[in-house]
Design a protein around this ligand. Structure first.
Ligand SMILES: Nc1ncnc2c1ncn2[C@@H]1O[C@H](COP(=O)(O)OP(=O)(O)OP(=O)(O)O)[C@@H](O)[C@H]1O
Length: 229
């Protein structure tokens, strides 16, 4: 589903590579943690998958997309097959919960009858059907992140990228969010989650890809945050 082949990325303003000869393959429905200290290249990795950046060397594939080489006009199609969740939720503050989710479908031209059907379904999946008409500021952080996940998932993307999705949440709320992501992963969606959260990585025992100075220094099938810790 995701394949990086000998990918290096050197930003114009920098001398050392943000990614340095990275090769990683992630299968359909896999759940993978991307870990490493600040500046190790996690965000660059995610940005390459979305074609927000292009590699200096190597190939990037997401599903059938040859991401780095494909024509610009195909980028919207690529991005429609990738859902994104961020640490700061990024909800539209002047829209209700249901409108936030619906908006993701409106912008890609889904018909109104489809939107009316699938928005309540996905709100139920994330446990927020009773809050459909609330505004984001009326929700807790955990609930806001659930809305963001509903919005990212409503179009049934092949891949879900989560960049520190629990970074602003307390440990219990974070565990709830992880259970939700696990449920989404069981539907066959591939999930790649960048995180600094040791306890979550340790409790989930999923595949861990660790970056250090732009290189993959570990790829464990059922890893913990720190080896031997
Ligand atoms: N747009 C940019 N221009 C120049 N250098 C960049 C750019 N984005 C990132 N870098 C550099 O590339 C390296 C990797 O950064 P990246 O943001 O991918 O790391 P990260 O692991 O996501 O860090 P964090 O956990 O802090 O988000 C860093 O040295 C960073 O300074």
């Amino acid at each position: 589903m995701i394949r990086l082949e000998h990918v290096s990325k050197v930003y114009k303003t920098s001398t050392r590579p943000a990614l340095d000869d990275v090769s990683v393959e992630v299968g359909k429905g896999e759940f993978v943690f991307l870990i490493g200290p600040s500046g190790s290249g996690k965000s660059t990795f995610l940005r390459l998958l979305l074609r927000e950046e292009v590699p200096s060397k190597g190939r990037v594939y997401v599903s059938n997309f040859d991401v780095a080489r494909m024509a610009r006009r195909r980028i919207p199609r690529l991005r429609q097959s990738i859902g994104c969740v961020f640490q700061d939720f990024r909800l539209l503050v002047n829209k209700t919960v249901a409108e936030n989710v619906a908006f993701a479908l409106e912008v890609i031209g889904k018909p109104r009858h489809t939107i009316r059907k699938v928005v309540p379904e996905v709100l139920q999946l994330v446990g927020l059907e009773s809050k459909a008409d609330r505004m984001p500021h009326e929700l807790s952080g955990g609930e806001q992140q659930r809305v963001a996940i509903a919005r990212a998932f409503v179009n049934r993307p092949l891949v879900l990228l989560a960049d520190e999705p629990t970074g602003n949440l307390d440990p219990d709320t974070s565990q709830d969010i992880m259970l939700l992501l696990e449920r989404i992963s069981r539907t066959g969606t591939t999930i790649l989650m960048a995180t600094h959260d040791h306890s979550i990585v340790d409790s989930m025992r999923r595949r861990v890809v660790e970056l250090s100075m732009g290189r993959v220094i570990r790829d464990d099938a059922r890893g913990v945050y720190g080896v031997g810790r």
